[in-house]
Design a binder for this molecule. Structure first.
Ligand SMILES: [Mn+2]
Length: 354
């Protein structure tokens, strides 16, 4: 990882700003290697990481290419610092702070801060090292899901499955789960982001598993839907969703609009008559955040570029009946794409005999 190049990327994007303040962890980690809490100021000449007592030791041991300054209250101390006083306009992304933090800023700080979206796409194009870490996270997830598949049978609960998945991923080296793992069965599978409960699996159930690992800060994200034994309606939904997903994936190449990918998948679902049951966007960028730029949604005009990694995850969710979602991570390559998700998803592989 070349942190100096990354900091230069920030400087190239400054435009008329004399500096930029970062408050959120993933950006700070991306730019400094430091994975704790702090505030990072990047100017044309300097890069200073402000941290409190809790993270000071970690920061000076791990941060690369920045000066580490210990503070008690960065919001009060920053505007008094010599470096800050030399700056005129300092950009920040309001998504990185809470409204309470904003209200708590002294005027001397707030008066120099300008809302800026210039750094939104900073992490959009992944370096080879980052892709390797995403692959590692995905391998952990796939190994764990393969093992979990052996456990899927009537009588086991959503919670049992979630615990096993989380345990196996941690044991295989995951920093933590990439998000609260989603394991939903029967009609509950229609809740796109529901929480696993004590419901026992039954013959004929749909089982939706949305899961991811984190490896050295980098996330993976995958959804597989299984069918326990016979369920004609589930088979039908599965085939439609799989067709929608494959249609969008096969269209990935450099220069295609991200919105176009969404529209391709949505059209397949619409043609089958289920578009009102596909209420979310097609996918999202992934990396140091589970959801990051770029968005893969209907009206996004941004064009794909080699190095982008994003999910493609169409779904159909019918209340009181159930839902099907299939999610892979796609890397845009110079000639097309690579599917980073290798876990089987054919209809045959989704059916679990009971
Ligand atoms: Mn996802």
């Amino acid at each position: 990882m070349d942190f100096a190049t990354r900091i230069n990327k920030v400087r190239e994007r400054l435009g008329r700003l004399s500096g930029f303040l970062f408050f959120r962890q993933p950006n700070i980690r991306y730019l400094t290697n430091f994975s704790g809490a702090g505030t990072l100021l990047i100017t044309r000449k300097e890069a200073i990481l402000f941290v409190g007592f809790l993270y000071y030791e970690e920061a000076y041991r791990t941060a690369v290419g920045v000066e580490v300054v210990k503070v008690k209250d960065v919001l009060k101390e920053l505007p008094k610092s010599k470096i800050f006083n030399q700056l005129r306009k300092v950009g920040y992304d309001p998504h990185e702070i809470s409204y309470a933090t904003y209200l708590g800023m002294p005027d001397a700080l707030r008066n120099k801060l300008y809302i800026s979206h210039k750094m939104r796409g900073l992490r959009e194009l992944k370096e080879p090292d980052e892709i390797t870490l995403i692959r590692n996270a995905q391998t952990i997830a796939e190994t764990s899901l393969s093992k979990l598949k052996q456990m899927i049978r009537p009588g086991v609960t959503e919670r049992d499955l979630r615990i096993q998945l989380e345990y196996d991923m941690l044991q295989l080296g995951s920093d933590k789960p990439a998000f609260d793992l989603i394991v939903l069965s029967g009609a509950r599978s229609s809740l796109p982001h529901g929480l696993p409960q004590d419901r026992k699996l039954q013959p004929g159930d749909i089982l939706l598993v949305d899961m991811g690992a984190v490896y050295k800060g980098y996330h993976s994200d995958m959804t597989r839907t299984f069918i326990l034994g016979e369920n004609k309606q589930a088979l039908k939904l599965y085939e439609i969703v799989l067709h929608a997903q494959q249609s969008a994936i096969q269209a990935v190449k450099p220069g295609i609009e991200l919105g176009q990918l969404d529209r391709i998948a949505r059209q397949v679902i619409k043609a089958a008559g289920y578009d009102k049951y596909f209420g979310h966007s097609l996918g999202h960028g992934i990396g140091l955040d589970i959801h990051e730029s770029p968005r893969v949604a209907r009206r996004v005009r941004t064009k794909t570029q080699p190095g982008m990694v994003f999910t493609i995850e169409p779904g159909i969710y019918i209340p009181d009946v159930g839902g099907v979602r299939i999610e892979d991570m796609i890397l845009v390559t110079p000639t097309g794409y690579e599917n980073l998700t290798k876990f089987p998803k054919s209809l045959d592989s989704a059916i679990i005999p009971v």
